[in-house]
Structures are given as structure tokens and as C-alpha cells.
Design a binder for this molecule. Structure first.
Ligand SMILES: Nc1ncnc2c1ncn2[C@@H]1O[C@H](COP(=O)(O)OP(=O)(O)OP(=O)(O)O)[C@@H](O)[C@H]1O
Length: 276
């Protein structure tokens, strides 16, 4: 599938959110979409999914079977989980047994008779994932799928994503929290400055250049129950225009505060990684 010179704004006289976007999304690939808060990642995913039409340019070659999980699953609906997913499966011509399969795989089979409106955020996210996956889409688009998920599902998701790609699907995922790390062989797109650029492949053990590192420390003068969020200034010699655009910070906080700070930094659009 291709986007050629795509431009998008929500309103005719509104600001351009994306301009001059030309890129290809290949079958069988996992594509990670990164960028700061408000850069336009969700907008790009909606364009890719066909939920929004470009104001300029064209999108061609979009696969027919599309699965899309929005950033927030709209849970304010009067159905039970089972009724909703059975209906979604039927819309895609699938039998109801896929509901059992996916609810077991994502660990919410015990919630099938609960109403959507009564689900916790994490459980609602899982139902959102299940409706995107149950018809084995050729184009799977997941907007921040890891937000609010429990650790088990969070760990399971990269495998699910890799599995779909191995079956030939294009999988596009916005991932603030860098949970796609286990999928080494992935493409990466950066949404910034109202356009989208292709980043190089992630390298083994690489700390991304626009990434801060949270490093726990039990050594030196730092008390053992403190965590250190560490970094340094970035920009390899001769990195041209990128030089100086990114910085790594080192911050030392009490362990009790580290999680909150880490989440806060992520919510603010920064890349954060905690090392052992
Ligand atoms: N329905 C809408 N109508 C008008 N403007 C919108 C709409 N949705 C998003 N925007 C604007 O488009 C810009 C990009 O938003 P978008 O949600 O695509 O960014 P994002 O990178 O996904 O952000 P986040 O990481 O916070 O989810 C923002 O300025 C936002 O305010």
C-alpha cells in the first residue's frame, strides 16, 4: 500500500496536520510509528485505515481486510462483550467461536457476559484488540495498543503482532512505550514537523537517539533505594541537521517516585527506557 503526497487537515480552513507524506507500507512488515504527543500519529493511522480521506494526494493498494484498534476503545455501548464481539465477527463473516478463541488468548474470557460500559480501561482495550484481530486482517492498525494493558497481555502482544505480519499482513502500530522492542525486524516511521520520515532499523541493544534512559543505580553515593534516570547529550559527530536535536538526561529519583516520573515522561511524549 502506498501514500503519495498525502496531505490532511481536519477542517477546510484548519491547520495542516500532515503534508507531503509519501511512503510505502509493505505486506508482512511491522511498522512502528513514533512521534511526540499531538504530532499526528493517530491522524496518520486513521488515514492508513481509511477512516479519514486525504485532502491532498492519494492512498492506493490498501488491503481489503482491515483491523483497527483506536487509542481508546469506545466502551459506552449497551452490549455485553460476547454480544459485541459476536456481532463484529458476523460482520466479517466469521463464526462466533473466534470470540472464545480471542477472549482466551487475550485473557478476558471471564468477562464475556459483562457489559462493555462496566469494563476497566485495560479490559476494554483488550476487547478493542480482539475486534481488530478476530477476522485476521491483512492490514492491522493499532493505536497505542499497550496503554492500560496488564503485564501479561503487554508481553503477549508483540508475539500476536509478529504472527499477523508472518501471515503476510501489514501491521502499523503507534508505540509510545516502546513495547515493540522484541520485534527487531520492524520498520520505523517518525511523525514530526507535519510530515512523516522513515527511520533506520533498530539495532540490537541500541538506545534510540531520541531516548532517555532510566537506569537503576545501587552504586556510589546514590542511595540504594534511588533510581537514576540517565542520559547524555546526543548527536554523533557529523550527524548533520540531527545534531543537537536530541538530548539524554540523567535524573535521580527515589524508587517510589520512579514509576510515576517514567509514566509522566512517556505521557509527555519522551522515550524512556529503564535498564537493569
Ligand atoms: N477530530 C479532530 N478534529 C480536529 N483536530 C484534531 C482532531 N483529532 C486530532 N486533531 C488535531 O490533530 C493534531 C494531531 O493529533 P493526533 O491525535 O493525530 O496526534 P498524536 O500524535 O496521535 O497524539 P497523541 O500521542 O497525543 O495521541 C493535534 O493538533 C490534534 O489537536
Amino acid at each position: 500500500m502506498r501514500l503519495d503526497d498525502v496531505g490532511f487537515r481536519y477542517h477546510r480552513r484548519g491547520p495542516w496536520i500532515l503534508r507531503d507524506v509519501t511512503l510505502e507500507l509493505a505486506p508482512g512488515r511491522v511498522v512502528e510509528v513514533t512521534g511526540a504527543n499531538g504530532a499526528g500519529k493517530s491522524t496518520f493511522l486513521r488515514l492508513a485505515a481509511g477512516l479519514r480521506r486525504p485532502r491532498r494526494g492519494r492512498v492506493t493498494g490498501r488491503p481489503g481486510r482491515i483491523g483497527y484498534a483506536p487509542e481508546r476503545f469506545p466502551a459506552a455501548q449497551p452490549f455485553t462483550v460476547r454480544a459485541y464481539l459476536t456481532h463484529m465477527a458476523a460482520l466479517h463473516g466469521r463464526r462466533g467461536d473466534v470470540v472464545r478463541t480471542w477472549s482466551e488468548r487475550l485473557g478476558f474470557a471471564h468477562l464475556l457476559d459483562v457489559r462493555l460500559s462496566e469494563l476497566s480501561k485495560g479490559s476494554a482495550q483488550k476487547v478493542g484488540l480482539a475486534q481488530a484481530l478476530l477476522h485476521e486482517p491483512d492490514l492491522l492498525i493499532l493505536d497505542e495498543p499497550f496503554a492500560g494493558l496488564d503485564a501479561r497481555t503487554r508481553d503477549e502482544l508483540p508475539a500476536l503482532i509478529a504472527e499477523r505480519a508472518a501471515e503476510g499482513a501489514t501491521v502499523v502500530v503507534s508505540d509510545h512505550q516502546r513495547v515493540l522492542g522484541p520485534i527487531r525486524d520492524r520498520d520505523r516511521l517518525l511523525v514530526a514537523d507535519r510530515t512523516i520520515s522513515v527511520l533506520g532499523p533498530p539495532e540490537a541493544g541500541e538506545v534510540p537517539r531520541d531516548c532517555a534512559t532510566i537506569r537503576s543505580s545501587g552504586a556510589g553515593e546514590v542511595p540504594r533505594d534511588w533510581a537514576t534516570i540517565r542520559s547524555s547529550s546526543v548527536g554523533p559527530p557529523g550527524a548533520g541537521e540531527d545534531r543537537g536535536r536530541f538530548a539524554r538526561l540523567e535524573v535521580t529519583v527515589e524508587v517510589a517516585e520512579a514509576k510515576e516520573l517514567e509514566e509522566g515522561l512517556r505521557a509527555a511524549g519522551h522515550r524512556v527506557r529503564r535498564l537493569p
